[in-house]
Design a protein around this ligand. Structure first.
Ligand code: SAM
Length: 290
């Protein structure tokens, strides 16, 4: 149970900040708007329903955010002047702390949940003109079931070789191989030659699968029983994109076909085979292949 609590913490956390409920001051004869529960984080009132759509709730939000920022600093050393791209920015768990840090740089956040992007634009973007938020109406069973386009159609509105750092927390864990490869090709295009990518993923081999099934450390029962193509497994046929895992071989193919290269690989704690105290999922740190 202690380890499960730790892994819950790695993907979330407990917080000392209290949940606030937005108060409305109804003007006479004006219909009273339903009260929207929010969570105050660094001066932003984040709608809790949007927070839940992106994984975790108020009890874990701050600790996850702190853990993300520490890992970004440690592994890809984001600097205040960097131009940064985040895929799967959700409700700004990482954009908000970066808005205090990227003083002369810039940030672009991409997500497929329209209401979250609207909230980020109207709140974070309104205070920080160097922060932009981009919505793609990608159809996705988990996050945007009414979408009308697909990941493979995304062309990031960013100039070639303009970005210093790219990061994705728990996005490649929800995409099939073709979509991961599409993003990697876009990363190759927009990254500066010395740019870096930090992307969490699930990597498996026989020993990892055996350990994950035996230890069952996460609250998600990650067993990856279903091989849907060589070197790609999903955890649940009913929710295929709930968790997707790849072998190292498939990661190698994806990197080769996109012109990206592995700089560092960190194994997370999720399977019980490796003990990374900082990250529950595995991490690929990438640069451009020369
Ligand atoms: C598990 S959540 C993580 C959110 C955020 N990184 C965080 O840590 O708070 C995954 C996010 O990726 C987004 N997402 C899923 N598929 C996507 C895609 N094809 N392109 C961009 N974002 C995607 C989801 O809408 C969701 O906000």
């Amino acid at each position: 149970m202690i380890v499960k609590a730790l892994l819950r913490k790695l993907i979330g956390s407990s917080s000392t900040e209290k949940i606030e409920v937005a108060s409305s001051s109804p003007i006479q004869d004006t219909p009273v708007q339903p009260v929207q529960p929010v969570f105050n984080f660094k001066g932003y009132d984040i709608p809790i329903d949007l927070m839940a759509m992106t994984g975790g709730g108020p009890d874990t939000f701050v600790e996850i955010s702190d853990s993300h920022q520490a890992n970004l600093k440690k592994w890809i050393d984001i600097q205040p002047h960097h131009n940064v791209l985040e895929i799967g920015c959700g409700i700004g768990r990482d954009a908000i702390p970066l808005s205090e840090y990227l003083t002369t740089g810039s940030y672009a956040g991409v997500d497929i949940i329209g209401r979250s992007i609207d909230w980020c634009r109207n709140n974070i973007g309104a205070r920080h003109r160097n922060f932009q938020f981009i919505h793609y109406n990608v159809e996705d069973q988990l996050h945007n079931s009414a979408g009308d386009t697909k990941t493979a159609d995304i062309v990031l509105p960013l100039a070639d070789k303009s970005i210093d750092r790219i990061f994705l927390f728990s996005v490649f864990t929800h995409l099939y191989q073709a979509d991961v490869e599409h993003y990697l090709r876009e990363f190759r295009r927009v990254l500066k030659d010395d740019g870096l990518v930090y992307a969490t993923t699930f990597i498996y081999d026989d020993a990892i699968l055996e350990s994950a099934r035996r230890t069952n450390l996460t609250i998600f029962d990650l067993r990856f029983e279903h091989e849907i193509s060589p070197g790609c497994r999903i955890n649940n046929f009913d929710v295929p994109l709930g968790a997707v895992a790849f072998t190292d071989e498939v990661w190698g193919q994806m990197l080769a076909s996109s012109g990206m290269a592995l700089t560092n690989r960190l194994y997370g704690a999720w399977s019980g085979l490796h003990s990374n105290p900082a990250e529950g999922q595995d991490v690929m740190i990438l640069g451009k292949a020369s």
